[in-house]
Structure formats: structure tokens, C-alpha cells
Ligand binder design. Structure first.
Ligand code: AMP
Ligand code: GLY
Length: 427
């Protein structure tokens, strides 16, 4: 057993705080660094002021500080090829990276690639076609054949804003034109038009070492800013795990129809996928369809899933980097965990930062994961749209949510907003 492990986590949100919190508890850890981190991650380890997109500087830091494992929180460095960068230089190639190589990260980095992959390997997903400016007329014809509402997706990464769901044909055609004209920059050069799936969403997660996988708990997040899922899309306003309708029968369908063919497809493409896969799913009358792949943990899904992992996460992730996940044990808590996100007033539009966060010390019975915070002397202030994720355990969803909401009421900062109906469609 290798012990005295040094870990570097890249990212600065609630997901990274949850990862750092769990990793810091490992008996195998020597030191955890988070780059760039936030005021919460600084309580679990040492924050380092590095840009996760600057691979050279990240790799040099990892070398100098004897890092054994780099865990990549967000997708952007993966899509840009951070894992390939480590593998490609013998000075860094001994350092394990949790997160796929660029070819694997395309599952999230290109919706056109992901759809083609699912089609090739028979993975259930909405029917679709991809178009570029050159075949705009065909795209309009295709739209005409589709049932409403129309689903338009920019191919590339668009910070969660690249999906449009539109009921009116003329509006859809207009938006398509705007996408081709650069509404989402290069991400919209190719547009996927797909069938609208009616059902209830949830997310499944695995970790994979390229050979084997383990299924993590599923979760449901709440993406819209307004109650009853109304208003603009956000990064996620809250989450719960487990998801009551995802019973053993449903999860078995997800494993057989989606997880297994995804992993065998990746292998067939010559991709040794090491890291998390996040399957955004639609449950259509009891059958799972893939809405999207993400190549990382979700945020705020991580804030409910990671607390449910009872096993040593460092041990599991060493299984990923050392390609012996099969030999590692994973135990999951049967409790429910909920999280409620406190956000800045105005988010996801414009909002103010730098608001002092008060009363955190008065809370009890919840884990307070920092999403967008920074320390200013003795004060902790907001530094993003999503500020804190308040995660709580319960023997059922009601108990967990009661604790999250009690503490959401205690913590205060100017402009604080949170959804009061997390879990509303699961009761
Ligand atoms: P994505 O960025 O692909 O996750 O899409 C954002 C959101 O749009 C999803 O979470 C769904 O709520 C919705 N969505 C995307 N694709 C579809 C589809 N084919 N049918 C219905 N809803 C969809
Ligand atoms: N909560 C959705 C995501 O992380 O993409």
C-alpha cells in the first residue's frame, strides 16, 4: 500500500470543497492542496493560487510538491487536454490524473461526438441530426419534421447555456441562425437538433479506471432559479440523493443499456477512460435515455453524493489511477443527503460579490460546502453566484431537507436567495 499520499484538487466550487472535505478524512492522505480553491477548501487543506488551465504551472507545482494524484474538478481543463499533458511528458507521467484524456472528454466537449458515439453503440438517446451553416436549409426542413418543442444544442462547451428549448417554429429558425452567427462563439458552429424527451430527469455517476467501474449513488438536481422549475437555468440550486424512483430495476436498466455500452464503446475507440462519468438521464416511462454526458462530478450533485460514500475516497481513486478499481471496496450510506444552494441576489443574471457571510458558526447538523466564497481578513465574503451548499443527512428526504432549510435560514448575507422547494417532485 502506498501511503502518505499528496493530492492536488483543481477547481474552486462546492464540488471541490466536498472532494477536499472527504479526501482530507482519508487515513492515507498526507496533504491536500486545492487550486485555486475557496474559503471553505482552505479549511480542509492548502489553497494554491494556480490557474487549472495553465498546465505547465500546474504540472510544475505537482512535481515540486510531490503530488501523487491530481483530481480535476471542472470539465474545461479535461476538454483542453490536461491528462494528455501529464502523460506526454516523462517528468509528469508518474502522477495519476483523475479525469479522462482529451479523446474521452469529448463526450462532454462535443455534443455531436457524444450523439454519434451513442448512435454507434446503441445507447438510448433522443433522435437527432447535426448541422452547420452550410446546410441551414436542411436544418430548417428537419426542424419542420420534428414535433414541438424544438431542442437546439450548441456542439461545444457553452457554460451550461448552449441548450435552447423552443415551442415556436419561427423562433427556433431564428435562434438557429443566431447560433450559426456566433451566439455561442465557436461552440455553435455545429448545432445538434434533437427530439424532445418527456419525462423526469436524474443523474447517474460512475468512476472508471479504464477497465472496470463502480456505480456511485444517483442524484437529482434542480437547475432552474425559480420554484417549481421555472425561470432561467443555473449551475444547480440544490440536489438530493438517493432518488426514490430510481429503484433497483431502473438502475439495472441504466447499467445494462447505458453504463456497460458506454464503457465498452470507449474501449473500442481506444480510450482508457480514467475518472468520473456523469450521465444526465431522462426517465421516460421507466426507461432511461441519455440527455448528456459530463466527464466530471456534478455540482451540486457532488455535495450530496460524496457524503454518502462511506469508504475511503483516496483508496477508491488510487484504484482509478493504478487501474485496479476492481480490488477496491465501496460502501454507500443508506441515508438520504440533500443540499440547498444559497445564491447571490440577481444570479444567474448579474449580481454583487463581496457580501459578508454571517452566522455560519451558529449552524448545526449540516455540512456547509463553500461554492463561491473568499476570505478577507477575519471575514468570509461571497465571490460568486452560487455561494454555499448546505448538505444534510436524514433517514429520509424530509428529515434531510428540514436540516438544510433550518441552516439556510440561519446563515445570512445581503441578497441571499434559495429555492424553498428542493425535492418537490419526489415527495
Ligand atoms: P444539457 O445541457 O444537454 O443537459 O441540457 C440542459 C437541459 O435541457 C437538460 O437538463 C434538460 O432539462 C433539457 N434537455 C436537453 N435535451 C433535452 C431533450 N432532448 N428533451 C427534453 N429536455 C432536454
Ligand atoms: N449540476 C449540473 C452540472 O454539474 O453540470
Amino acid at each position: 500500500m502506498t501511503d502518505n499520499i499528496n493530492v492536488l484538487i483543481l477547481g474552486s466550487g462546492g464540488r471541490e470543497h466536498a472532494l477536499a472535505w472527504k479526501i482530507a478524512q482519508s487515513s492515507r492522505i498526507k496533504k491536500v492542496y486545492i487550486a485555486p480553491g475557496n474559503a471553505g477548501t482552505a479549511m480542509e487543506g492548502e489553497n494554491v493560487n494556480l490557474d487549472p488551465g495553465d498546465f505547465e504551472t500546474v504540472a510544475e507545482f505537482a512535481c515540486e510538491n510531490d503530488i501523487d494524484m491530481v483530481i480535476v474538478g471542472p470539465e474545461a481543463p479535461l476538454v483542453k487536454g490536461i491528462h494528455d499533458f501529464f502523460l506526454g511528458n516523462e517528468k509528469y507521467s508518474h502522477i495519476g490524473v483523475v479525469g479522462p484524456i482529451k479523446a474521452g472528454a469529448l463526450l462532454e466537449g462535443s455534443k455531436d461526438f457524444a450523439k454519434g458515439f451513442m448512435k454507434k453503440y446503441g445507447i438510448p438517446t433522443a433522435a437527432y441530426r447535426s448541422f452547420t451553416r452550410e446546410n441551414y436549409t436542411d436544418a430548417c426542413e428537419f426542424l419542420k419534421e420534428m414535433k414541438r418543442p424544438y431542442v437546439l444544442k450548441a456542439d461545444g462547451l457553452a457554460a451550461g447555456k448552449g441548450v435552447l428549448i423552443i415551442s415556436d417554429y419561427d423562433e427556433a429558425v431564428g435562434e438557429l441562425d443566431k447560433m450559426f452567427s456566433g451566439k455561442f462563439g465557436k461552440a455553435g458552429k455545429t448545432v445538434v437538433i434533437e427530439e424532445f424527451l418527456k419525462g423526469i430527469e436524474l443523474s447517474a455517476f460512475i468512476i472508471s479506471d479504464g477497465e472496470d467501474y463502480k456505480i456511485l449513488p444517483e442524484a437529482k438536481d434542480y437547475k432552474r432559479i425559480g420554484e417549481k422549475d421555472t425561470g432561467l437555468n443555473t449551475g444547480g440550486m440544490g440536489a438530493v440523493s438517493p432518488v426514490p424512483f430510481a429503484d433497483d430495476v431502473f438502475i439495472a436498466k441504466v447499467e445494462e443499456r447505458i453504463i456497460k455500452p458506454t464503457l465498452s464503446g470507449l474501449k473500442n475507440e481506444g480510450i482508457r477512460y480514467k475518472g468520473f462519468i456523469f450521465f444526465g438521464l431522462m426517465n421516460v416511462n421507466g426507461d432511461p435515455y441519455v440527455i448528456e454526458y459530463n466527464v466530471r462530478m456534478g455540482d451540486p450533485e457532488a455535495e450530496v453524493i460524496i457524503p454518502r460514500i462511506k469508504s475511503d475516497l483516496v483508496d477508491l481513486l488510487l484504484g482509478v489511477t493504478e487501474t485496479n478499481l476492481r480490488d477496491r471496496k465501496m460502501e454507500i450510506s443508506g441515508d438520504t443527503v440533500s443540499t440547498v444552494m444559497l445564491v447571490s441576489g440577481g444570479y444567474p443574471g448579474s449580481y454583487e460579490k463581496g457580501k459578508e457571510i454571517l452566522n455560519m458558526e451558529k449552524t448545526s447538523g449540516s455540512l456547509i460546502f463553500h461554492a463561491g466564497t473568499r476570505r478577507e481578513g477575519s471575514r468570509v465574503v461571497s465571490s460568486g453566484g452560487r455561494v454555499l451548499a448546505i448538505s444534510s443527512f436524514g433517514s429520509d428526504m424530509d428529515e434531510a431537507l428540514r436540516k438544510s432549510y433550518a441552516n439556510a435560514g440561519i446563515i445570512d448575507f445581503q441578497g441571499k436567495y434559495f429555492r424553498k422547494d428542493i425535492g418537490f417532485d419526489l415527495a
